[in-house]
Design a protein around this ligand. Structure first.
Ligand code: ATP
Length: 511
């Protein structure tokens, strides 16, 4: 097992042990690719939502919020193209009986070649030491160049298959690349078929096919069909945006990698409506702005990269992903898409209603163009969890496991820990807890030795521990212990609120 896989396994079991994520319906052996957020998980998830919402809606006076329903009129999904085209290319391995997405098998092959390039670079780095010029090496080393060409060729061939909708050629590509089942090693593949990812159900008591509806596969369409309602009632002028956080459902073919690919998940989407012709300028602006948002979290910048799409969705004139270095490699975290006027025009023609905006500046009506930013909340959760999980060797040779979650996102902002239960310390600490709980999520723990209690708080990412000892009762002072540095300071109880606020308040991050 590679070191990264090993870390990933540890993160998954840490999530369960410390109340972040449980498998759904675990007592019935679980439901594949469906997860529940436990007591600490739900706090972290809510804090990520709050941060995204504040960055979008609170910080931009031209963006407003929406909470549209999961169930929508079935014509919505005909108009959006999901009924006819929301498919993934499915391929089965005849020996292992395992099912895969053909494009993912090919992309994994590309990732393997990318890691070969990285290995060459690392080897050369070691050999040449300080004098190593990485850019020069990438441009000139023949093994790197050969591998880069291979990646280019595969990417182009795959794009052509999708452009031509040619599943036979796509299968040939898998055969020619010698791609084998990652689990069994078998190369005995079936033909490729298209598989629609939407979950369907019936509305009301009627069983005829006209009553078939879908669980939404994205939150975006709820925004599009409400576009004019929101614009008119908010009196916003273009350019303006509508933001929404909500559940989406996809019957994913492969459902591995924990909460990275789920069948029920949450999206945080913002659709920005702009004047036709200005979309590419806004696309660039949002691309930059979203990357800055990620970087503002203080997670190492090496974990992020852009991936510009060669294969554009039917609705887009430009698209990219922000990819994150998950323990299993760089994968999509957020999509930024210039969606043209495709969705609004489609809804106009399927509903027979006008979705035009009257632009007072040019005294003309038009269907606006749309730039979308769409991030998976669960993938963001995994990005934060996996980048903050650290095993630190201490001076006494013991290991402490600590979640270095950005403090304002931490499930608990502070833990109140009386050194012992007796001598009135417990009662004194309770009073501190009662005063602070009005302002912050704080927790109280008086069981076990203080060292073990610190470790428990480290493991859930609590940024500050407040220890109450015998002196506290005499002089109203307490010890603050900071999670990352383990530094301890003594402060007056009267300063606790401002100290916690300084370290953990969301407003410090919003700028
Ligand atoms: P992928 O290529 O990984 O299937 P996608 O390109 O289909 O993703 P989008 O339709 O652009 O994804 O959705 C926007 C965001 O929603 C993605 O960037 C991702 O963070 C999130 N997302 C999509 N599918 C899932 C899923 N099955 N589980 C969790 N998050 C998801």
């Amino acid at each position: 097992m590679s070191a990264n896989q090993d870390t990933f396994k540890k993160i998954i079991s840490h999530s369960k042990e410390y109340g972040f994520i449980f498998q759904s319906s675990e007592i019935y052996d679980g439901l594949s690719a469906v997860y529940d957020y436990a007591q600490n998980g739900v706090e972290l998830k809510n804090n990520i939502k709050k941060y995204w919402w504040a960055s979008m809606v609170q910080m931009n006076d031209n963006i407003v919020g929406l909470d549209s329903s999961i169930l929508m009129h079935p014509k919505t999904w005909k108009a959006s193209g999901h009924v006819d085209a929301f498919n993934d290319p499915l391929i089965d391995n005849k020996d292992s009986k395992l099912r895969y997405r053909a494009d993912v098998l090919i992309e994994d092959q590309i990732t393997k070649i990318e890691s070969k390039i990285q290995k060459e670079i690392n080897k050369a780095k070691k050999r040449f030491g300080d004098s190593f010029d990485e850019q020069q090496f990438i441009k000139t080393n023949h093994r790197v160049l050969d591998n880069k060409k291979k990646i280019d060729d595969i990417t182009k061939a795959m794009k052509k298959c999708f452009d031509d909708d040619d599943l036979v050629e796509l299968k040939k590509l898998i055969d020619n690349l010698g791609i084998s089942d990652p689990v069994s090693g078998s190369k005995n593949w079936t033909e490729i078929k298209q598989f629609n990812l939407m979950f369907s159900t019936k509305i009301g008591a009627s069983s005829d096919s006209a009553s078939e509806i879908y669980l939404r596969p994205e939150t975006a369409q709820g925004i599009f069909v409400n576009f004019l309602n929101v614009q008119k009632s908010s009196r916003k002028k273009i350019p303006f945006g509508i933001a929404q956080i909500g559940k989406a459902f996809r019957n994913e073919i492969i459902a591995r990698q924990f909460i990275f690919r789920m069948r029920e998940f949450e999206q945080m989407e913002m659709q920005f409506f702009v004047k036709p012709g200005t979309q590419s300028e806004w696309y660039k602006k949002w691309k930059e702005s979203r990357m800055n948002w990620h970087k503002s979290l203080g997670i190492s910048e090496d974990n992020y990269r852009f991936h510009d799409h060669d294969k554009l969705a039917h609705y887009a004139d430009a698209a990219c992903d922000i990819e994150f270095k998950f323990p299993f490699g760089f994968k999509e975290l957020e999509g930024i898409h210039s969606r043209t006027n495709f969705d609004l025009t489609q809804h106009e023609s399927h509903s027979g209603r006008k979705l035009k905006y009257f632009d007072p500046e040019i005294s003309e009506s038009y269907v606006p163009y749309v730039v979308e930013t769409s991030i998976g909340l669960d993938r963001m959760f995994l990005a934060i969890l996996s980048s903050s999980y650290v095993e630190e060797e201490l001076e006494n040779d013991s290991i402490r496991t600590v979640l270095k979650i950005p403090p304002f996102l931490a499930p608990q902002k502070a833990a109140i820990l009386p050194l012992v239960k007796k001598d009135g310390l417990s009662e004194y600490a309770r009073k501190i807890f009662d005063n602070l709980k009005i302002y912050f999520n704080v927790t109280f723990d008086e069981k076990d030795a203080i060292g073990r209690r610190y470790r428990r708080q480290d493991a859930i990412g609590t940024p500050i521990c407040i220890t109450i000892d015998h002196d506290s009762i005499k002089d109203d002072s307490v010890t603050l212990r900071f999670r990352d540095s383990m530094e301890q300071i003594r402060i007056s109880v009267s300063k606790l609120r401002s100290e916690i606020d300084k370290c953990t308040s969301l407003s410090n991050w919003l700028n």
